[in-house]
Design a protein around this ligand. Sequence first.
Ligand SMILES: NC(=O)c1ccc[n+]([C@@H]2O[C@H](COP(=O)([O-])OP(=O)(O)OC[C@H]3O[C@@H](n4cnc5c(N)ncnc54)[C@H](O)[C@@H]3O)[C@@H](O)[C@H]2O)c1
Ligand SMILES: [Zn+2]
Length: 500
Amino acid sequence: MVSSLPLCLSQPTPTPTLLFSSFGCTVPPLTRAPDLVGLFLPAQWTTISDPQRSEYDPSILSTARIDTAKSVDVTASSDASHHSALAWSCTSQIEFSYKVVECPDILDPANDALLFGHLSSADRAMAKKTTQRRLVVIDEHVDDLYGERLRNYFEQRGMKQGTDVEILRLPMVEEEKSIELVLQVCEAMKKFNIPRRASPVIAVGGGVCLDVVGLAATLFRRKTPYVRVPTTTLSYVDASVGAKSGVNFMGSKNRLGAYVPPVAALLDSQFLRTEERRAVASGVAEMSKMAIMKSPELFELLESHAPRLVSGRFQRMPSSAEQEQQEDVVPGRVLQLSIETMLEELAPNLWEASLDRLVDFGHAIGQELEMHALGTEHELTHGESVNVDMAFMTVLAKSKGLISSAEQARILKMLSSYGCPIWSPLMTKEFLEHALDERRKLSMGLRLPLPVGVGKAAIFHDVEYEECFAALDTFHVLCGPADDLHLKSSAKLSSSVVEE
Ligand SMILES: NC(=O)c1ccc[n+]([C@@H]2O[C@H](COP(=O)([O-])OP(=O)(O)OC[C@H]3O[C@@H](n4cnc5c(N)ncnc54)[C@H](O)[C@@H]3O)[C@@H](O)[C@H]2O)c1
Ligand SMILES: [Zn+2]
């Protein structure tokens, strides 16, 4: 009973071909220059082996290429008897394969997805014949809400707590997102004596929990399979679909981390029912990012339904009495499009080899704004700061002539419709200059993703600071508080349509 949306990803590195099985879309291979690995870095190389890719035993799921080179003399000796040194350059393909699967009612004991959702049907049949053991790591707040059902799930499936299943409850909050928390998970993995190949560790929680468990599994015995079960809107559409894990270190966000994907992300939107409204709205901001950048369909759906999706926590509901008999397909479609568009962007670039990323929309200055606002009376969630960044970049795109006034108004209106601010008093010229400097340093250039229409975008390398400062003035006029609230009144936005 698993899956209405199985997405299987397979990424051999460095030349991946990615398969989105249910959408029939193939992403072109990524190419990368081979790295040199060896003791010496001679000034000149002579290749003496056959440079053709060797045919390797496919059972090891990898192909590798080893080129041997004769280096120039590394010791300046006149002794004719000394040997010239050799160097070996290795290029190895590592294949990552993972599934992103919709699993409604994942805690229903009749649903075997939590145990076997990461397996192919053949492997699942085999696995069902053997005793299963699982370590589940759960955010303590999520445990308070869903722990009873989780324990009942395993009990009903005949798995005894303590022997077959261990449930580790931890405070998975941003303030605790550290290597110490990762080590606690590793300790539990050691004590549980986890059978590495057959028993993936299961993470149940928001982005913090998924990141902590992902890093612990990556470190434990160098790579232990793990499964992600996201329980927040943001982690459902963002943290669950990529390869990254990470924890904060020495005051820097996600400074320790890895790029090892889970074996599966199992998605059940019913968890979102209990989420705070503000958190759901912040998750929608990440969806808007993809909508504005690359999906007119997602944009239109959010434009028409975002407020009720937030208040309804993405659960199906009839929007009127007449529609009571009809199925409400909007929440599911919005979640699917958000995941699909994220995957299209993330999967070919799992290791972020390219810094030109449309998923950076909302994040060019947004993350700096989030940090800047922390602890002040203007504190913003991650999604809220992304929302403010997107509003500013939309105004910048209009001032560069990339979008029309009508498109600008449409985007700003959508961004202001679901309860996230589109303006912050912290967006001063000094802050903007600092945030752009940081962006330039981290991304080796500004590389600004900007809309060039609704659901269309491009990356711009040539934006001048002066253009940004000029756009900032317009941003304050258009998006600044119409009243005491930071939210933009729709009257002001409509007037920018009339101006055109
Ligand atoms: N690895 C990635 O690619 C990636 C992508 C985006 C974000 N992240 C990380 O994700 C984190 C943010 O994730 P988040 O927004 O999910 O926050 P979170 O994990 O901190 O969870 C936020 C709060 O929601 C609570 N919660 C979780 N599920 C709930 C539910 N179903 N009902 C009620 N409350 C619930 C949690 O207990 C917590 O208090 C950040 O640390 C960020 O760095 C990682
Ligand atoms: Zn984000």
